[in-house]
Design a protein around this ligand. Sequence first.
Ligand code: HEM
Length: 497
Amino acid sequence: MEGIFFPSSVIWSILVVLGLYLIQKLLRFGHREKYLPPGPPTFPILGNAHQIPAKNLFRKLKEWGDQYGPVYSLKIGQGTLIVLNDRRAVHDLIDKKSAIYSDRPLDHNVEVCMGNENIAFLQATPLWRAQRKIASQNLAPRALDDRVVRIQEAEFCQLLSDLLETPEDVIMYGFRAPTFDNFWATLNKALEPGTYLPIEQFPILRYIPDRWAPSKDRAKRAYANSTQIWSEARERVAERRRNGDERICLADRLLSGEVNQDVPFSYTQFNNFLGGVHQGAADTTLSAMLTILLFLAKHPWVQQKAQIELDRVCGTERAPTWAEFKDLPYINCIVKECLRIRPMCDDWFDGMLIPKDASIFIPVYALHQNIYADPETFNPDRYLDHPRLAMDYAGSPDYMNRDHYSYGAGRRICVGIHLAERTQWRFAARLLWAFKLEPTTDEKTGEKSVLDTEAYTEGFIRQPSPFSLKITPRSEKQADVIRSDFKNVEDFLKTWE
Ligand code: HEM
C-alpha cells in the first residue's frame, strides 16, 4: 500500500503555525488577563517580576497604588497578585469572607522549609485550625491577665535596667532568657529566610536539578535545623518536668494534657507548633519595641506629653502597670502610631478570587499612608479618638474607623495580638515613666547624632537598623524605684530560668 505523502510545503506550514502558536503562548505568559484590575505594564514571560525592587518594596507598592488605584494587580510569571490598598476591599474580602480567604499562597519552598508544621505558613487545614484554637485560647486576654501578668510585669522591672529580655519564651516554654547568648534568646537567629526559586510562578524552574538549585537543599536544611532547635526546646521542658518542675506555660499545659487538641500532633508537629508561635512573637515584638525607642528619642515632645500623664497617675513613687491602661490613654496612642508609621510586614492570603489561584496582598505600609492625613509625620495625637485596643477595631464592622492593619486581618489576624498589645504598652509606659531618651552626643564635637527613622533592615520582618541612644533616669527617685522593683522580683525571675 502506498504511504500518505505530505508535500514539504504542508509540513512547513504546520511547523510555522505550531511555532507561531508557541511564540504567541510564550508571549502571553506573564501577560495581564483582561478581567484583572489594572497594574503596571507587563513584559512577556516575566510579567512584572523585573519591576519588583530588591529593596523598599513597600514604597513601590504605595507608588503603584497611587498610579493604578486602590485595588491593582501584578503578574509574576503565570502567578497573579491582587493588591488591596483599600480599607473597604480589605473588609469585604478578608474580614467578611475570611472563611474563604484564610489560606496561605501555595509555595513549595515554604512547604519544604516549614515541613507544613508552622502555624503562620500552614494552609487552612484541620491542623492549622487545631493549632490556631490552642494558640488563641492560651493567648486570650483572660489567660494573659490571669496567668502571665506577674511574670510580664516582673520582666519589665528587669527591662528597665536591662533592655535585653524576650518575655515570650516564658509564656511558651516556661523558661526565660536572662542574657542575649542564652539558648532561649538565640533560637530566632537560626531561622533566617533564604532566597529561592519562584516555582509556582515559573513552573519550568521545577525541572532544574537539585544540584543546580542550592535553594532546594537550603529549604530541606532549614526544616531540619528549625525542627532540631524546637525539639531541643521541648526536650528541655520534658527534662525539667521529669525533675518535678512543672510551670504555667503552654508547653507544660499541652504535655500535661490540660489543653484539648482537636487534631493529635506528631512529635515534630507539636514541637514546630510551639516554635512557630514563638517565632511569630519574637522578631515582631522586638521590632515594635525598637521602633518605639527610636521614634520616642527622635520626638521629645511626645515623651513630654506622655510623661505629664504618667506623672499625674503614678508620680515618681511607682512605675505604671497594665491595670492603668484606661488612665494612661496616651501610651496606647504611641503604640498605635509606631505600628502605623513602621508596620513590620505586609500580609498574604490565598482564596477563591478570580482567577482562582491569585494571591491577595495587603500592602500595610501603603494602606497606612493612604488612610491618614500627613502620614509621614509621627503624631500619636491622631489616635486620641481611638482609646481601645487594636483587636476591638479589627473586629468591628465599622471598618472605616479601624486604627491600623499591622496585625493583619480576617481569620489569620495575629493570634498573639493581645500579648503584643500588652507587651508594647508595658514597654512604652515603663520606659517613659523611668527615662529620658535622647540621641547620643559626639564627645569630640559636642554635636548630637541624627537618628534616622528611615533606616530599617530589609527582610521578612523589617526592623530599625542599629542605632544608639542616651537613656537617663528622669530622677534619682525613679532610679531608686527601678532598683528596688528589680530587687523585689529578682528571686521570682530566677525560678523561671
Ligand atoms: C508587635 C507585635 C506583633 C505584630 C505587629 C504581629 C503581626 C502579625 C501579622 C501581620 C501576622 C499575619 C496576619 C495575617 O496574615 O493576617 C501575624 C501572624 C501571627 N502572629 Fe503575630 N505579630 C506580633 C506579635 C505576635 C506575638 C506576641 C505572637 C505570639 C505570642 C504572635 C504570633 C503570631 C502567629 C502564631 C501568627 C500566625 C497566625 C496564623 O497564621 O494563624 N505574634 N502576626
